[in-house]
Design a protein around this ligand. Structure first.
Ligand code: 5GP
Length: 319
């Protein structure tokens, strides 16, 4: 373990057909507390797992071979463990956590299949929201956001089913209990949430569904059905950010965006760094939001590529 195999070792492993044997993701691995960075790869293993030694001795090969086959970018992002035996002491609960090493496969979305869900994520919902709204405004026939549910009263000029589905707290809680929300939260005493049905609704219409969520909501959204493509929106450096905020307020109406306070600028960089560190293994793309219009154009082409070209996805989503 710890030694990167030489090219001749790799060739001999290739001859042995080493990687064509069935692979099984080991589920008793504790999740990474920091992002999946090849320079900082941890191989936490369950002390009670009888197969731990074998797993650790093979993981370096796994990491390297994944990179060898699949590009440097993926080498940094993914890897997988080979298991020849299952571990009887693995807790069933841990199988729902994302393993630190994930087997990936190439996927090309068939034209008859729904679009992949596009998840935008960032340190501030404000910047991400602006990007999402602007993108939809520029391409209303291609992109749409699901209509969220809320328990807050309807305001003048709003319509149920347009801005929100306005429902009672009882119904909202009933929907929570029945796992009808992919994410939900409370704001000023009112509940807000995005339902699976509202996402399905957008996808069934053949549009690309874009949502922005809190980082902790990514994990429950990672499913074979939605095949989410996660884009991390990274803020620019603080000085540049001050400038872009001014421009965004001029471009969009001030009602649609809000002014940043000085402490927002200070916190933003640190929050963004922490999110990146903790959730990096889920990101399919990182976009630096330097300037709204330029970022929007870039976002459009990234999303098009995600929907139309071959992409790496967890192998369990492709079977
Ligand atoms: P408003 O009541 O002014 O329309 O929205 C208040 C807040 O609710 C906003 O900060 C907005 O981000 C949040 N919100 C709107 N929709 C959702 C949603 O689907 N899920 C969550 N968690 N928050 C939402």
């Amino acid at each position: 373990a710890g030694i990167i195999p030489s090219a001749s070792m790799l060739r001999s492993k290739q001859r042995e057909n080493w990687w064509s044997q069935p692979l099984q993701v080991h589920t008793c691995i504790k999740p990474l507390t920091v992002g999946g960075n090849a320079d900082n790869i941890q191989t936490p293993a369950d002390e009670n797992c009888p197969a731990t030694d074998e797993a650790d001795s093979e993981v370096t090969d796994g990491i390297y071979l994944a990179g060898f086959r699949r590009s440097f970018r993926l080498w940094r992002r993914t890897s997988y463990r080979r298991r020849r035996q299952s571990c009887s002491s693995c807790s069933p609960d841990t199988s729902t956590l994302c393993p630190p090493y994930e087997e990936v496969a190439l996927y090309q979305r068939p034209p008859q299949e729904n679009h992949r869900l596009i998840i935008l994520l960032g340190a501030t919902r404000v910047g991400v929201n602006e990007l999402r709204k602007n993108l939809i405004k520029l391409n209303p026939s291609s992109f749409q956001s699901p209509v969220p549910h809320t328990t807050r009263p309807m305001r003048a000029g709003e319509q149920t089913g347009r801005e929100y589905h306005f429902i009672t707290r009882e119904l909202f809680e009933y929907m929570v209990c029945n796992h009808r929300f992919v994410e939900y939260g409370e704001f000023k005493g009112q509940l807000y949430g995005t339902s699976t049905d509202s996402i399905d609704d957008v996808l069934r219409r053949g549009r690309m569904c874009i949502i922005d969520v809190e980082p902790h909501s990514i994990q429950p959204l990672r499913s074979k059905k939605l095949k989410p493509f996660v884009i991390f929106i990274k803020p620019p450096a603080a000085d540049r950010l001050r400038e872009t905020r001014r421009n965004a307020r001029i471009l969009l109406s001030c009602r649609e965006t809000r002014e940043f306070r000085e402490e927002d600028f200070v916190n933003l960089e640190e929050t963004s760094r922490l999110i990146e560190e903790k959730y990096k293994q889920f990101f399919d793309f990182t976009l630096e939001n330097n300037e709204l219009q330029e970022s929007c154009r870039k976002l459009y082409s990234i999303i098009k590529e995600a929907q139309e070209e071959e992409q790496w996805i967890p192998v369990s989503w492709s079977r």
